[in-house]
Design a binder for this molecule. Sequence first.
Ligand SMILES: Nc1ncnc2c1ncn2[C@@H]1O[C@H](COP(=O)(O)OP(=O)(O)OP(=O)(O)O)[C@@H](O)[C@H]1O
Length: 630
Amino acid sequence: MGGRVGRGAAPVGRHGEPPPAQSLRERFAALRNLPPFLKSIWQTSRLLSVSSIALRLMRALLPVATLYVGKLIIDEVVRLLAAGNAHADVGSWLASGVLDHLWLLLALEFALAVGADILGRIVSMIDSLLSELYANSTSIKLMEHAASLDLEDFEDADLQDKLDRARRQVSGRSSLLSQLLGQAQDMVTIASFAVGLLVYAPWLIALLLVALVPAFMGEFHFNAQSYAVNYQWTPERRELDYLRQVGASAQNAKEVKSFGLNAFLIERYRVLSQSIYAANRRVALRRAGWGGLFTTIGTIGYYAAYVIIAYRTVSGDFSVGDLTFLSASFRRLRNLLESLLVGFSQVAGQALYLDDLFSFFRIEPEILSPPNPRPFPQPIREGFVFEDVGFRYPEAERWAVRHLSFTLRAGEVLALVGENGAGKTTLVKLLSRLYDPDEGRILLDGHPLAQYDLEELRLNIGVIFQDFVRYYLSAADNVAVGRIDAREDRARVVEAAHRSMADEVIGKLPRGYEQMLGKLFKSGVDLSGGEWQKIAIARAYMRDAPLLILDEPTAALDARSEFEVFQRFKELSQGKTAVIISHRFSTVRMADRIIVLDGGRIEEIGSHDDLLAANGHYAELFELQAAGYR
Ligand SMILES: Nc1ncnc2c1ncn2[C@@H]1O[C@H](COP(=O)(O)OP(=O)(O)OP(=O)(O)O)[C@@H](O)[C@H]1O
């Protein structure tokens, strides 16, 4: 176990461990996430990406053009004033042609303003389309990657946190795209203003830059702080989600109401959410305070420059047009530089969040198919052999199972018996390669399970777990999930339902096989526990695999139903290998052989009669249950 990429590598928690990504270097390092981010945007839609860039480039040059035409207008007005050739009536003045140049300039200014507006709207439309496409494709990638991970990964709290942060990134990061492109656009605009200013007063630019540095550093610092707070509180945020869900879901309402848990859950939510709020508020307050101070420094720089420009206009160095052009350029340049610097630090902050997304993508599953897998034996000839198999859950001190050595013979029905926590489910998970053993090995027809193609192996094993999923899908689909590629094969679905006695349940539903199950959707109908189980067992028949495993999915069936279900199971799984787990001995005794597990080890193995005759643990448990019925 362990040693996987990303897992547990990042420091977690405000409980004493160092907060993540605090050093300046690390914050800059997060920028390495931007190229892959841009690449995935590019892959999302080339057409939209190119359009956005091209239109932004055009849009970027409009502000300086607008200001420059504005300067020309003012200079022209001043010139006309100085020429003093005003006419008494507007008509003759216009006809004289003196104002033609001014009109032209005004028309140009108008065209530029309208153009800028239209371009801006098109660009933001493209950005929102692109963002949505990106969020969709990333969500799909996230689901695909999650599907490739091991079961063990999902049981790991660190991974849950990472997945949670990654999930939040998908929607949260789409603004990063417009921000990044907006930055690029601003840079072009800045360059164009800078050229203009350079011609008149190059030292003004230096003054501006110096005045803005503190604001930039402040933003940078506080963005990283926000991220650190967010990061450290992920487990608590996940708990908040959980509490909200427990307190407000239809599924839990019954128990929550009868135990009167609402007040408890709400209080817990309140306390937790307040501490998160307090942490966020601390950062927000400090950010507002320092941010205000730093912005003032920038403003002082701006007015200092304004004074200088005004003085030089009065002393005759600049025209009035120059004055308006320069002061407006300067103000715009200051705003742009400020938003660029702040934006840059926000981008760096967001890039930190991208780390979560990408580091989730970097987690690699350990249970994989070999490069040249063996074909799955059809039929299974010898069966499965456990050779001294041991398994320990990650972080667990105790072995869940150890020194398991036995053969599951082809064609036999094997029952697993044992008290709670004896290791029955773990054994089944090892058999279906949801986990790989930490010790020993499991062979199928003489070759380790790991030599077979994983997908083919899973396809040939039908497992129904005790905590099977109640899908909020139609009754037919709830059966069809056993072999989803045969979903359209209604005859197969009906036959599977018939075998598991689910057809009686479905027959009573108002819309039969088309009935939506579960209470999530308006038209849904909920079933009793036993009825759900019959539907779940139908999935095993739907799968029709050579190895069938029923891990106690019958606990909620009444005694008669369970008896019938297993009797049918035994008849219908002729020629198949089967493993059943049950706490009911009426069921267990139907098996060809029985393994008694205790504390993760095999205690006894044999047929019902053998084990009774041996008068050991099995006989004791059997007697205990039989006595209960006498
Ligand atoms: N995901 C897990 N992470 C850590 N420990 C686990 C996990 N699942 C099971 N265990 C531990 O492994 C041991 C065996 O559990 P297992 O689920 O195999 O028992 P079981 O025989 O199927 O029990 P039951 O009859 O209650 O279903 C138990 O001690 C249990 O606490």
